[in-house]
Design a protein around this ligand. Sequence first.
Ligand code: PHE
Length: 343
Amino acid sequence: MKQRIKQAIENLKQLTASNLEELEQLRIQYLGKKGLLNELFAQFKNVPNEEKKEMGTLLNELKTSIQTKIESLKDSLEQKNEQRIQIDDLTKPSYLQTTGSRHPISLVRNEIVEIFSRIGYSVEEGPEIEDDWHVFSALNFPPEHPARDMQDTFFVEEKTDGNNILLRTHTSSVQVRTMEKQQPPIRIIAPGRVFRNETISARAHCIFHQVEGLYIDKNVSFVDLKQSLLYFAREMFGKDTRIRLRPSYFPFTEPSAEMDISCNLCNGKGCNVCKGTGWLEIMGCGMVDPNVLEASNIDSKVYSGFAFGMGVERIAMLKYGINDLRLYFENDIRFLNQFKSII
Ligand code: PHE
């Protein structure tokens, strides 16, 4: 009898039922009136007294095993049934999968990087939390110079030696870091986030993105600057784009200029985007001031170079006709979805 019980417990493991009728058959076979369990319990009275304890335990074990087995078979059959109901109608169209898309700022930044990488520029990055040296002093901003006010700086920590910690106001700081660690030839662009304490409006934001560029080698002249930026303008805004350079001022470049492109909406005729002038300002540029080269230990008698810097938001606005800077940061899905088809 002991053998039969043990065998029955073992057999239980193999049991399966492919539908509810089969399961009911099993239940009758084991738990029914004339089932195995009742039969064994009937034989229990013939068991010698000294074996009763052990046999009783075994019998109870068999009983609970049967009950759990039948319950679990029942559960899995019910689950299968539910699944079958869910995929009931195989002709149903599937649900539409919504996918994300790249942010317009990333799209335009990638495009700028790509255009410059085609003419040999590599990408450099630097910290967003900077010190005064890399953002101002090394770029020929003397202490107390009014040019520091041009960029409304967020300060993080005041230092007794004057090398305050601040949020970078432009990515020119990355140019300084590159010159410090590398001798010319240098040909880099520095894309990144910058911060200025401006009141948020349609035309200004306290966080925005720049791509700045730096090219230093022997015999680099203003002609190289003009030609490289003309190439960029035509790649970005179309092959008929014209550029013009207006004299300007930056402490780190001499001479300095602002670059305009012919308005890509009216083709230079004058419209409300270019305010009737036919031109759109897109970046600052100039020949690197010898003081800047010397501050980073580059011999200004041997080397010269040019630098430029543009706002990614501004380029994206002109490229896609976006009229409010705040849209870039609101993450409104209706705005973002418009850039889905552009890769
Ligand atoms: N750093 C300047 C700015 O943020 C842009 C610039 C870069 C101008 C390089 C000239 C040369 O406004």
